[in-house]
Write a protein that binds this ligand. Sequence first.
Ligand SMILES: *Cc1c(COP(=O)(O)O)cnc(C)c1O
Length: 220
Amino acid sequence: MSVSENIDFIRSKIDKAASAAGRDVGGIELVAVSKKQPEARIEEALKAGHRVFGENRVAEARTRWLERRMKYRDLRLHLIGPLQTNKVKDAVALFDVIETLDRPKLIHALAEEMSNQGKDLPCFIQVNIGAEDQKAGCAIEDVPMLLEEAFDIGLDIQGLMCIPPVNESPVPYFSLLKKLGQRHQLKSLSMGMSGDFEDAIKLGATHIRIGTALFGARDY
Ligand SMILES: *Cc1c(COP(=O)(O)O)cnc(C)c1O
């Protein structure tokens, strides 16, 4: 199937999952994860009118998107991978949304850089929802402290993001992220990928991040 057929197919599944959950489909953003995909597929998605993309590495994202930004003024680029403080400047210059805020040092570096560049990018706090050693994201118990730091310094925190453990049902983890979001009155939840976005929508996802189901297997 072509990328544009895949987009239509995924959109129809989003529609179904939203109506089954009694939700307005307009409240669900499809972030097309373009990392490690061939350029031709990205061009197909752009040709089909898609404008919201996710990348997990700052350097790779610059190569792919820096020039395209000039051509596609309505692009919305989401950073969905871990951010090192030495990449904050490039990240703030390129991205529209930072989904992977997970520590105080990063909050401070981002706030300072946004002020330097005159930007106010919406951010998500990434939560290590399965408390996995190898995973990025903050501990669940650190969410209140990070929210407070971000609030004090004036960062625009839209919501929470998570990547549940693989090889387990994501449902309890999505539920937990939803509960955390509600507890802190956050309006957005970034959760759900190619294999589990319908469950995520049922549990309140406002942003789903989909790579392989749109573009095919990645090129590693
Ligand atoms: C790669 C990636 C995705 C997309 O995963 P697919 O299974 O290809 O849909 C989503 N979120 C994050 C954070 C990723 O790194």
